[in-house]
Design a protein around this ligand. Structure first.
Ligand code: SAM
Length: 476
């Protein structure tokens, strides 16, 4: 493609006396050897053809790229959409790498390819390419994980494989993606180290947290994108044209889907309530203010009295207090079992023990020893007396949240996206594939391989519209 704002194109056009000043744009063009040569050749072609009176926008800029940790192809769909909007570009994926069979089967099904699962550590001798995309595994960096960062013996180190491939293949551009928590990890030291490693091999680096809601999706998903470029002609600073989401959950609901697989008893309990009272509510036996329904609020394990519910609420709150850990001589953890005498210090009435027994029998409470930290692991301290503890957590119920039709979807994760539900056609059901595609910005024609767990795949993907917006900043 001829870029009239590019100094190379200018020079050639000026030399040949074909310089069109009105076409001058401020942005410099990509200054990569291969691309420059291509431009030069194309400019020559135009100059030699007698027909050129207008810039030839149909000339292609051919960019080869690799899709590392490809998953179900969020980067690739984002690139394809950019190409659709900017037909003068032609992107070619020359290598797809992922170790997970289910993800790759899904990828192959949609892109008509036959990529074999492969460990990035075995990837060598790639042909030349200009753009590297990698949503490197986030488990060691996510707030839900152990936060070990680079100390994680396996997955954390996979970023070094990306650095190795960049050293060997010298692509002009990098777009990396990870959870936004990477910025906070070890007070930013992990991210700085990644940036330093790429800087050391010649890349100008920058990073930006981008929320998928800022590119119009109804999912609140914050991810950190790390950019690298080998050329000083292109600013690594990405300034997105933000367009805060106009979509909310009601816009993405697939109204035609009236099927639900939520167990009947649980479903009936929920449906016995006014649906509006469920919107935006989490279903978990954890603290969560007035946006939380506990198992006893919905009589999940059978009917409870008001006095029993008050007791459970009091235990839920008290069991988090550090004073109990001190008294039990254990390392504090959120949610310690409390003995009857301990409970009596904050709730005392005749019949308390009967209520504790009844709630334990029904399954609202469990009787257990407290846990202590032994060699870095949680272990029951059997010398400490058993106490009563709330036994259900966040993911103990068939669903964990009913999405508010006027609100947004929280970040889809591999572990709990199957527990997010919508109210539709008089019933409550999990998100279906069409809705996941809409929430993530994938085409609705996306097929999922039979063996795959779609919730797991969508929980790990990168949202294609975010990738498209980034490419618009880099190449647009
Ligand atoms: C965060 S996901 C990236 C998903 C992708 N961006 C998408 O849009 O679906 C990380 C991916 O890295 C893959 N992976 C993990 N370890 C790997 C390894 N050693 N070699 C190749 N791929 C690996 C996982 O299977 C997973 O699909």
């Amino acid at each position: 493609m001829v870029n009239y704002s590019c100094s190379t194109c200018h020079k050639i056009f000026k030399q040949k006396g074909h310089y069109d000043s009105h076409l001058l744009r401020k942005r410099p063009c990509v200054k990569d050897d291969t691309i420059d040569k291509l431009i030069e050749r194309k400019v020559e072609e135009i100059l030699q053809s007698k027909t050129h009176t207008e810039p030839n926008v149909n000339i292609l800029k051919h960019i080869k790229y690799v899709d590392l940790f490809a998953g179900i192809g969020g980067f690739r769909y984002g690139i394809e959409e950019f190409q659709r909007k900017n037909p003068k570009f032609q992107f070619e994926c020359i290598k797809t790498v992922d170790i997970k069979k289910d993800a790759l089967n899904t990828y192959n099904l949609n892109f008509g390819e036959e990529n074999k699962p492969c460990d990035i550590r075995t990837v060598k001798d790639l042909p030349h390419f200009e753009l590297l995309c990698a949503g490197f595994p986030c488990q060691p960096f996510s707030s839900a994980g152990k936060k070990e960062g680079f100390d994680d013996a396996t997955r954390g180190n996979l970023i070094y494989e990306v650095i190795r491939i960049c050293t060997e293949s010298n692509p002009s551009f990098l777009v990396l993606e990870n959870v936004s928590n990477i910025e906070k990890l070890q007070n930013g030291a992990i991210l700085q180290r990644i940036i330093q490693e790429f800087t050391d091999i010649g890349y100008a680096m920058s990073y930006k947290t981008i929320n998928s809601m800022d590119v119009g999706l109804a999912q609140d998903r914050e991810r950190t994108f790390i950019f690298g470029t080998k050329t000083t002609a292109v600013s690594p600073n990405i300034i997105l044209k933000l367009q805060h989401s106009k979509q909310v959950i009601s816009d993405i609901i697939d109204v035609s889907d009236k099927h639900t697989d939520i167990p009947k008893q649980f479903l009936d309990t929920l449906l016995s309530r006014d649906p509006v009272s469920l919107y935006g509510m989490s279903i978990k036996d954890k603290r969560g203010g007035d946006k939380n329904l506990h198992s006893w609020d919905i009589n999940y394990h059978g009917t409870t009295t008001t006095r029993q519910r008050d007791l459970l609420n009091a235990i839920l709150k008290e069991r988090r207090k550090k004073t109990w850990a001190k008294a039990k001589e254990i390392v504090w953890m959120d949610g310690m079992p409390l003995t009857t005498p301990e409970i009596e210090t904050f709730t005392k009435y005749t019949g308390l023990q009967d209520d504790l027994d009844d709630l334990t029998e029904k399954g609202y409470l469990t009787l257990e020893h407290p846990k202590d930290l032994v060699d870095g692991k949680r272990e029951y301290k059997e010398t400490s007396p058993k106490g009563y503890n709330i036994c259900k957590g966040k993911l103990s119920f068939p669903i964990s949240k009913v999405l508010d039709p006027k609100g947004y979807c929280p970040t889809l994760t591999a572990t709990d996206s199957s527990k997010l539900a919508v109210y539709n056609a008089g019933t409550i059901r999990r998100l279906n594939k069409t809705e996941l595609c809409r929430l993530c910005g994938f085409p609705e024609r996306l097929k999922i391989a039979d063996s795959a767990n779609m919730y797991d795949l969508f929980g790990n993907m990168v949202c294609p519209p975010v990738v498209t917006s980034i490419l618009e900043c880099i190449f647009g």
